[in-house]
Design a protein around this ligand. Sequence first.
Ligand code: ADP
Length: 387
Amino acid sequence: MKEIFSNPDFKLGVLGGGQLGKMMLAETRRYDIYTRVMDPAADAPARLAANEFVQGSLTDYDTVMKFAQGLDVLTIEIENVNVDALEDLEKSGLKVFPQPSALRIIQNKATQKSFYGENGLPTSKFFTFNNKAELLEGLKEGNWEPPFVWKAATGGYDGFGVNIVRTADQIDELPDQPGLVEAFVPFEKELAVIVARNEHGDVVTYPVVEMEFHPTANQVEYVLCPATVDADIEEKARNLAVQAIEAYGLVGLLAVEMFQTKDGEVYINEVAPRTHNSGHLTIESNFTSQFEQHVRSVTGMPLGSTQLRLPAVMANLVGEDGHSGNVQYDGYQNLLSMPGVYIHLYGKSTTRPFRKMGHVTVTHTDRSEARAAAERAKDSIRVISRS
Ligand code: ADP
């Protein structure tokens, strides 16, 4: 294998140059690993840290094929890429991690959910359909009654494409498209585990985090680590993440979102085959951040320690409602003097309501102090548009 550090002949390609790419490239810069990044936006957040930046479509076959010429390893920071191209590149001998076979299953929520059923991974009861007629038939056949959850097979993210159906008349309004229906889980907590696997089959898991959602935006507002769960839940959740990454045979990172039920069960909700919002706090709170771990796992390096250094709470900074246009950050001045507070701004030039624009991580020996400080931080920073 080629030497990967400080070697311009070793090239790591990354499809997607958003904030996840930007934070990953902080690590490739630290290790001096040569990167080529592609994103459709000319002002993509990751553009400055890349050795080469290409503006182009991630979903266009020819563009992806051309981008990959001369790379040693190709990885992603977003799932919505042309998988046909990745398959052909893999066939031609390029290392593509995560593998296109796993990406194809995960890209579609219906095939993703069916995969859990086929592989014995605990998940809520469900059925899949191709259109509204099949949906209605499935509801009738299975005697489904609200509440249940409808999910679009493709095209949804951050809560878009997910409908919690609480009353029978909401069924009429559901769109005519492929998707799945699953049982509503009256969960105690939403948890996530990031797990990494390299080509040698080594696997490590991060400590379980707990997610708190914004009451109306259906978006994660805070991520907390360690999760306040019993040791047996921690173990179940970490084991489930290992089972999932091994079932996919995936090389790279898998972020596994889970529900902890009131009776102590842990179910898989969904996975992302890449770095994830629930792992941002690992930058400050763990020995190896998820971004470094991603780079290590796809380049065949030994995996790093996932041990927690300090409890941490991450708050997403999203665009304020009612503001669209060139971004301006207000009210961060007093945060800069608070110990253990780390501000990350993604470098997106324009804001819109609830767009992820940055995050703040607070570390503290006492998790509840970190939670309180994260809330203060979030309340004082405002992401607005410049008038
Ligand atoms: P997205 O890809 O948009 O993040 P998710 O499948 O994670 O979609 O769903 C978004 C949110 O909707 C979840 O974080 C959870 O709060 C809620 N949700 C999803 N599925 C269920 C379910 N089966 N039972 C209860 N709540 C659910």
